[in-house]
Write a protein that binds this ligand. Structure first.
Ligand SMILES: Nc1ncnc2c1ncn2[C@@H]1O[C@H](COP(=O)(O)OP(=O)(O)OP(=O)(O)O)[C@@H](O)[C@H]1O
Ligand SMILES: [Mg+2]
Length: 223
């Protein structure tokens, strides 16, 4: 299991690659790469205990950081309740993973190229009723599996674990789960509960990210 402190908002890996936060994402990338030596870590979800802890930002920045290392990356918005990735990249949500459910099998995913070379987005698409049922469906499993052929890494954003079952439903279908905690926001009990719910669902928790952490202490340590 790995952990890394994160700070600052938005797509910091793109806008400020020299920052401590961007460096922390590179550390996270390296730790995941090392964790992947033992078992395949191609399909990863990002989740957290509650809302507003930075799941979408961490997913987006990690995806950017992986693309910057010459990997082919697809970022998938499986938050079918509060999708955010298309907004972060200034793209559309008109088509996405939910539109594929209605398309015939074999239809290619409506991937959108982001401003980052090597990074494509599969947005949520129009929001469906009963997202948890949809995320647990065989078809979603097939769609995610098919992405393995077109990307080195697939990073999936999800809703919070303790609010709805969506992330838990997805967890056993992916290679690894990254759990985001937000400094000064995530409380100890919900964090422990989220971890235990994920572990019970046979999730492979490969990383814990401390988002919004005060990085000065770390800087002083190394400085
Ligand atoms: N490290 C940070 N520093 C400052 N603001 C942050 C940081 N991380 C997240 N935020 C802000 O918190 C809000 C939530 O971030 P984000 O959308 O990534 O969280 P989320 O966990 O995906 O939320 P949701 O539960 O709605 O999916 C956003 O307004 C974002 O700008
Ligand atoms: Mg989100």
């Amino acid at each position: 299991m790995t952990s890394a402190p994160m700070s600052q908002s938005s797509l910091v890996a793109l806008s400020d690659p020299q920052s401590a936060a961007a460096e922390a994402f590179r550390t996270l990338r390296t730790n995941i790469q090392f964790a992947g030596l033992d078992r395949t870590l191609q399909l990863l979800t990002v989740t957290s205990a509650g809302i507003d802890e930075g799941k979408s930002q961490v997913a987006a920045n990690l995806a950017i950081t992986m693309a910057q290392a010459e990997q082919r990356v697809v970022l998938v918005d499986c938050d079918l309740r509060r999708p955010a990735l298309h907004t972060l990249f200034g793209l559309s949500n008109d088509t996405g993973i939910t539109t594929m459910l209605l398309a015939s099998e074999g239809t290619p995913a409506p991937l959108q190229q982001t401003s980052v070379p090597g990074l494509q987005l599969l947005a949520s698409g129009p929001l469906p009723p009963r997202p948890a049922d949809i995320l647990g469906s065989r078809r979603i499993g097939e769609i995610l599996h098919a992405l393995r052929d077109v990307a080195d890494v697939i990073i999936i954003d999800t809703p919070p674990v303790l609010a709805v079952t969506d992330a838990v439903v997805l967890a056993p279908r992916v290679d690894g789960v990254i759990l985001v905690l937000r400094a000064g926001h995530t409380r100890r009990e919900p964090a422990k509960q989220a971890r235990s719910v994920l572990e019970k669902s046979k999730a492979n928790i490969v990383g814990i990210v401390l988002n919004d952490a005060e990085l000065n202490a770390t800087t002083d340590y190394y400085g």
